[in-house]
Write a protein that binds this ligand. Structure first.
Ligand code: DOR
Ligand code: ZN
Ligand code: ZN
Length: 420
C-alpha cells in the first residue's frame, strides 16, 4: 500500500511525503513514490503519526468481561488511534502466571484489533506477599510486571521484585499509593474536597511511595517506571532522581495534564480515579514535566467499569476513567493546539517513548520500521459522547467536551484496522 500526501510526523519534523508499506514494514518514505499497482490511500490534509502505543490499559479479561473484554478493548483502542497496548494484570484470575499471560496473548491474536502485550503481576494474587513467577511470565510474553491497582506494601518484597525483574530484563511499573494515608479518601485533598464534603487523598500518599521506589531502584542500580504521576511534588522527586542518575521513567494521563479537581464538585462519579485528579499547581507541574522530559510518556490508564459500578454515591463508586477513545483528542487539544508541545513531541510521548521503555517494536516512522501508523485530521472538531464509545466502559467524565483531532485510520502491521 502507498499512503499518499500525508503530513508525516517524524522525530524532529513534519514533512509532506508518501509512505510505502510492504509485508508489514515501512519500506520507503519519499515524495512521489511511483505507483506499483498495489492499494493507494490518499491522506491529503491529514497527519500521519507513528502508531500510538498505550502502555497502561485495563482490558478486564479474563474475569470482568462485563466491564470490557479483549475484543471490545482493542476495538476501542484502534478507534482511539492505538496500534499497541499493554494490559494490566488486575483481572480475575490475576495475571500472575504463564497460563493467564498466554491466554491474553492467544485471545488477542484471535480477536484483537491491535497488538496486545500483557503485563504480569509482581506478586501472587497482587497480595504483596510472594513474588509471582516472573521468568515464566516473561517466557509467555509478559513485557513488564506491575501490581497496578495497589502498591506493593512491603518495601522488602518490592526490593526483591525489582532485583528479580531486572535479572529477567523486565521493569517494575509502580502504582504508587500508601493505602494507610489514603485512609478511605475518594478525591484529592484540598479546597475542592472541602467544598464537596468528600474525604481527601493527600499528595503524600502518592509521593511517599514514589520516593520509596526511587530509593529502591537507586540502591539496586536497576530501572523503575512510575505509573500515572499526578502530583507536582511527585514530578519534582522524579526530576531530581533523573538528575542524580537514577534509571527512572514515568508516565502521566490526560486527566492529570488537562483538568483539575474542580470537576469533582459536580459529583460525577466518572471523575473518580486513582490517583485522583489534582489541583492547578499539579496540572502545571505535570505539563512542565512532560515538556522537560521528566515525564517520559502519556498513557490512558483506560479503566472501563460497568454503569452499576459508577451509578452509586461518590464514596461507593469504583475508581477509573474509560479514556482510550479520548486520549488522542486530548493531546491535540490540550498539548498541540495550546502550543505547549509540537507534533513530534506528542509522537515521542505517545509512541516512541513507550516503545523504548518496554523494548517494543515500533514507535517511529522510518524505513525498515513496522508498518504501524495512526492517521488523523487535526483540525476536525468533535464532541465527546461516551454513549458512542466502542469500549464497554462509558465511564468518562468528559462528555460534552469539544476536542480537536479525529483519528481517520489506524494501521497495524500494514493493515487498516480502523477507518472513521
Ligand atoms: O482508577 C484506577 N482504576 N486506578 C487504578 O490504579 C486501577 C484502575 C482499575 O483497575 O479500575
Ligand atoms: Zn494504578
Ligand atoms: Zn491502572
Amino acid at each position: 500500500m502507498i499512503i499518499r500526501n500525508g503530513n508525516v510526523v517524524l522525530e524532529n519534523a513534519v514533512v509532506k511525503a508518501d509512505i510505502l508499506l510492504e509485508n508489514g514494514k515501512i519500506t520507503k518514505i519519499a515524495e512521489n513514490i511511483p505507483a506499483n499497482g498495489g492499494a493507494e490511500l490518499d491522506v491529503s490534509g491529514l497527519h500521519v503519526f507513528p502508531g500510538l502505543i498505550d502502555m497502561h490499559v485495563h482490558l478486564r479479561d479474563p474475569g470482568y468481561e462485563y466491564k470490557e473484554d479483549i475484543e471490545s478493548g482493542t476495538k476501542a483502542a484502534v478507534k482511539g488511534g492505538f496500534t499497541q497496548i499493554c494490559c494490566m494484570p488486575n483481572t480475575d484470575p490475576i495475571a500472575d502466571n504463564k497460563v493467564v499471560v498466554s491466554y491474553i496473548k492467544h485471545r488477542a491474536n484471535e480477536v484483537g484489533a491491535c497488538k496486545v502485550h500483557p503485563i504480569g503481576a509482581i506478586t501472587k494474587g497482587e497480595k504483596g506477599e510472594q513474588l509471582a513467577e516472573i521468568g515464566e511470565m516473561k517466557k509467555a510474553g509478559a513485557v513488564a510486571i506491575s501490581d497496578d491497582g495497589v502498591s506493593v506494601k512491603s518495601s522488602r518484597v518490592m526490593r526483591l521484585a525489582m532485583e528479580y525483574a531486572s535479572g529477567f530484563g523486565l521493569k517494575c511499573l509502580c502504582h504508587c499509593e500508601d493505602k494507610e494515608l489514603v485512609d478511605g479518601g475518594v478525591m484529592n485533598e484540598g479546597l475542592s474536597s472541602t467544598i464537596a464534603g468528600l474525604k481527601g487523598i493527600p499528595r503524600a500518599a502518592e509521593d511517599i511511595c514514589i520516593a520509596r521506589d526511587l530509593a529502591l531502584a537507586e540502591s539496586l542500580g536497576v530501572p523503575v517506571h512510575i505509573c500515572h504521576v499526578s502530583t507536582h511534588s511527585g514530578v519534582r522527586l522524579i526530576r531530581d532522581a533523573k538528575k542524580a542518575g537514577v534509571q527512572v521513567t514515568a508516565e502521566t494521563c490526560p486527566h492529570y495534564y488537562a483538568v483539575t479537581d474542580e470537576i469533582v464538585t459536580g459529583f460525577d462519579t466518572n471523575t473518580k480515579v486513582n490517583p485522583p485528579i489534582r489541583e492547578e499547581i499539579d496540572k502545571q507541574a505535570v505539563l512542565a514535566g512532560l515538556k522537560d522530559g521528566t515525564i517520559d510518556c502519556i498513557v490512558t490508564d483506560h479503566a472501563p467499569h460497568h454503569v452499576n459500578d459508577k451509578n452509586v454515591e461518590y464514596n461507593l463508586a469504583a475508581f477509573g476513567i474509560s479514556g482510550i477513545e479520548t486520549s488522542f483528542g486530548f493531546a491535540i487539544t490540550y498539548l498541540y493546539k495550546t502550543g505547549a508541545m509540537s507534533l513530534s513531541e506528542i509522537a515521542e510521548k505517545m509512541s516512541a517513548a513507550p516503545a523504548r521503555i518496554l523494548g517494543l517494536d515500533g514507535g517511529k516512522i522510518a524505513e525498515g520500521s513496522v508498518a504501524d501508523l495512526t492517521i488523523a485530521n487535526l483540525d476536525e472538531e468533535w464532541t465527546v459522547d461516551p454513549a458512542n464509545f466502542v469500549s464497554k466502559g462509558k465511564n468518562n467524565p468528559f462528555g460534552g467536551y469539544k476536542l480537536q483531532g479525529v483519528v481517520k485510520y489506524t494501521i497495524v502491521d500494514g493493515e487498516i484496522k480502523y477507518q472513521a
